[in-house]
Design a protein around this ligand. Structure first.
Ligand SMILES: Nc1nc2c(c(=O)[nH]1)N[C@H]1C(S)=C(S)[C@@H](COP(=O)(O)O)O[C@H]1N2
Ligand SMILES: [Mo]
Length: 319
């Protein structure tokens, strides 16, 4: 699971990545916030390379609190070491098998306890959102981690526009089911389609992010194009990819991994070094590209921002 084969890095990608890091260094801390706000359109993320912008106080707080001290992993690492079982279970499978995956046209069905249910064209759904960059740590339940410069927008704004009813206590997400395009779905690896869920206050938290890009570019298919969720204080499996359905519900939904192995995977899946997976410790992790293991941090290092969501809850029971 931790074996990583090194492949030659295409020169086009080296250039992009170095440009990106240089830009950050040159602009300093404020600069990367400028960069964060510079994407004037999610659908044309390349614009962000040349358009300066100003960062809001919001971006500033959440970005600086959320991983700027970490050096992002390389484009190569982020796009070839993936979990996306729809395209196979080996880490290299998603990058190999998702090349032809069609992400346009793309619709997202909004259903359930909400005032504006509809099948939205992706473009219409995300058009009102302002793109920004967030450098987040991703901690996989398999005890490895990556640092990823995502491009996207907070889920909260989108939810507000959709106007959930007061009875909506949770939000559920589904990945596309398309075995013709997704070889993994031709086998019963897990019950398809992949499902995830969040409590409404988790979904509305300012760190919770809908992702449409990576390193200032359009999201590669293997990372969950065209639209995926990222919840940085939770194990990576909460970050459902290639979303086609968002449903507002009253009762706590069942997520795929919980459905498969309820003793091993819970609904909350908050990163917690003190609660071991039944088959391995969660106390440490290996950052991809490093040899020495790091300590895993409570809530993946985002405790200051999110611990209050769980005050009074027994996090050993609600794992
Ligand atoms: N639809 C779907 N979403 C998924 C997965 C998956 O297999 N299918 N794997 C999850 C897991 S276990 C992790 S760690 C992250 C990995 O995201 P990345 O490949 O972009 O780093 O995606 C999550 N989202
Ligand atoms: Mo994971």
């Amino acid at each position: 699971m931790l074996i990583r084969r090194r492949k030659p890095i295409p020169s086009s990608e080296i250039t992009d990545e170095r440009d990106y890091l240089d830009r950050r260094k040159f602009l300093g801390v404020a600069g990367s916030l400028g960069l964060a706000a510079a994407a004037s359109s999610i659908l044309a993320p390349s614009l962000l390379a040349c358009t300066p912008g100003e960062g809001s106080a919001d971006t500033l707080r959440s970005t600086s609190a959320s991983g700027l001290e970490d050096t992002p992993n390389s484009w190569e690492q982020i796009t070839t070491y993936n979990n996306f079982y729809e395209f196979g279970t080996d880490k290299e499978d998603p990058s190999r098998n998702s090349k032809e995956f069609r992400t346009r046209p793309w619709t997202v069905a909004v259903e359930g306890l909400v005032k504006k249910p509809a099948v939205y064209n992706l473009e219409d759904l995300i058009k009102p959102e302002r793109a920004e960059e967030r450098v987040y740590r991703l901690r996989c339940v398999e005890a490895w981690s990556l640092v990823i410069p995502w491009l996207g927008f907070p889920l909260a704004g989108m939810i507000k526009r959709l106007e959930p009813l007061p009875s909506a206590k949770f939000v559920e997400f589904e990945t596309i089911y398309d075995p013709k395009q997704m070889p993994g779905q031709r086998r019963e690896i897990i019950p398809w389609p992949y499902r995830e869920g969040l409590r409404m206050d988790e979904a509305m938290h300012p760190l919770t992010f809908m992702v449409t890009g990576l390193y200032g570019k359009t999201l590669p298919n293997q990372n969950g194009a065209p639209l995926r969720l990222v919840v940085p204080w939770k194990y990576g499996f909460k970050g459902i990819k290639s979303i086609v359905k968002i449903r507002f519900v009253e009762k706590q939904p069942l997520n795929s991994w919980q459905q498969i192995a309820p003793d091993e995977y819970g609904f909350y899946a908050n990163v917690n070094p003190e609660v071991d997976h039944p088959r391995w410790s969660q106390a440490k992790e290996r950052r991809i590209g490093e040899f020495k293991r790091r300590d895993t941090l409570m809530f993946n290092g985002y405790a200051d921002e999110v611990a209050s969501l769980y005050s009074g809850m027994d996090l050993r029971r609600n794992f």
